[in-house]
Design a protein around this ligand. Structure first.
Ligand code: UGA
Length: 441
């Protein structure tokens, strides 16, 4: 008999997981405390931008397999319950805020049926799963809890959930593993690597992976600083080291660094947890990873000052991109938006464009100017900053864009534009990690 699943928490992770599991043929109930979110999802509407998700959601709702509710009792007949709630950074500290995870567990503990399995997917500090499992069994002795971290990327959420590059399951119970093998039978048939671990290791896999990715980005951004100082070009350096398969060429895109709701808060929460465990020295390096990352934002502002004038008062600055990365409308800890706000705070008149993230950006920084059209954003600009590498920006015609601006100065904060094309059209083109001498050539 097919398993019946519930998904607790219908944000990025939960909504995607629910829709994807339904598309694999399971009956799925999505539950959230947020009535507005549930109402939207129930109508097949996704409250954020994620390619392909809305289509999949609508299709699965129509099939009858996928439903949404705020009534937790609705999950009582489900066999497997996925906890997908958020674990943001605590206000005024570095640790993860576990309020939502704890509340989710409390809400379902006495409802879930005997023999069912609760599966954590949220990113949590190591030790959380074991604590939750103890609590769950205390309330409901006939259930078990496993940990199954999620590695989906925003912008590729559907693809990553349907075709993950590995599945990690934290449990010491063969029964729990067998249940999850049933859930992921399709992936296993596709030969997706399956890693069984204990609870703490499964929790650690997630934060270790994000720390490694953050380290890769900050490493290349550190090299960018050296290239600028030594007269080199970080894009060539990245390409050259990336040919070594031990290094690999992905996540070596130098620029204004990482942001979003995961990498920055995860490395901080990891450091905070290591400190609690008395192992802070092991993660001291992550402090440096964080500062290199934040420094990139300052370095681009320095470039603006160098290319315009130290005093930015009244200067017209156009910014292309507000989302923390392309194909997302997420502006949480967005480097682009942070830079925009800082330049505005320095007295400049900043206009920001983004194909999807303007509404979210506006909520966070209502004092910034936003434009729906690229042409309007660039009109009379004294400098243009490319800060989120949306495809539409790479497709811009530099000659046409030059006719709009006051000064044709482009600073590419993502090393993603075709420098030669922009230079040939008469732009002064600058990028992070490329020395000024090289830029002048
Ligand atoms: C990240 C991880 O990549 C996922 O595997 C993980 O599941 C997710 O966090 C999570 O914990 O939920 P995501 O936050 O969607 O995914 O974004 P990434 O694609 O990792 O990009 C993070 C940031 O790094 C972006 O701001 C991006 O612009 C920046 N980045 C990425 C660079 O600056 N350079 C690069 O070479 C790559």
């Amino acid at each position: 008999m097919s398993l019946k699943l519930s998904v607790i928490g219908t944000g990025y992770l939960g909504a995607t997981h629910a829709a994807c599991m339904a598309s694999m043929g399971f009956e799925v109930i999505g539950v959230d405390v947020d009535q507005m979110k549930i109402d939207l999802l129930a109508q097949g509407r996704v409250p954020f931008y994620e390619p392909d998700l809305e289509e999949l959601l609508t299709e699965q709702i129509k099939s009858g397999r996928l439903t949404f509710t705020t009534d937790f009792k609705a999950i009582k007949d489900c066999d497997v319950h996925f906890i997908c709630v958020g674990t943001p950074q605590v206000k005024g500290g570095n640790a993860a805020d576990l309020t939502y995870v704890d509340a989710a567990l409390e809400q379902i503990a006495s409802i879930v049926k005997a023999g069912s399995l609760v599966v954590g997917k949220s990113t949590v500090p190591v030790g959380t799963a074991s604590r939750l499992r103890t609590r769950l069994i205390q309330v409901n002795p006939d259930v078990d809890l496993a940990w199954n971290p999620e590695f989906l990327r925003e912008g590729f959420a559907v693809e990553d959930t349907l075709r993950p590059n590995r599945l990690v399951v934290g449990t010491t119970s063969d029964k729990a593993e067998a249940t999850l093998k049933q859930v992921y039978a399709k992936n296993l048939a596709d030969a997706t690597p399956w890693v069984r671990a204990d609870l703490p290791t499964a929790e650690l896999v997630k934060v270790a992976a994000n720390s490694f990715l953050a380290t890769k980005i900050s490493f290349i951004n550190a090299m960018a600083e050296i290239c600028e100082a030594a007269g080199g070009d970080v894009t060539v350096l990245a390409k050259a080291i990336g040919y070594d398969p031990r290094i690999g060429n992905r996540f070596l895109q130098a620029g204004i660094g990482f942001g979003g709701g995961c990498l920055p808060k995860d490395i901080r929460a990891f450091m905070a947890r290591a400190e609690e465990l008395g192992a802070q020295q092991a993660l001291e390096f992550l402090k440096e990873i964080d500062s290199i990352n934040l420094r990139a934002r300052q370095r681009i502002i320095e470039l603006v000052r160098k290319d315009l004038t130290d005093d930015l008062t009244g200067k017209k600055v156009a910014i292309l991109g507000a989302a923390f990365k392309p194909d997302s409308d997420d502006v949480r800890d967005s480097p682009a938006l942070d830079i925009a706000a800082q330049i505005q705070a320095a007295g400049a008149v900043v206009t920001v464009h983004d194909p999807k993230a303007i509404a979210n950006a506006q909520k966070r920084f209502p004092a910034l100017n936003f434009a729906q059209e690229i042409e309007k954003t660039l009109q009379d600009a004294e400098i243009v900053l490319h800060l989120t590498e949306w495809k539409i920006y790479r497709e811009l015609d530099p000659t046409k864009m030059k006719s709009l601006v006051k000064n044709p100065i482009m600073i590419d904060g993502r090393n993603a534009l075709d420098r030669t094309a922009w230079r040939n059209a008469g732009w002064k083109f600058r990028a992070l990690g490329v020395s000024e001498e090289l830029e002048k050539k």
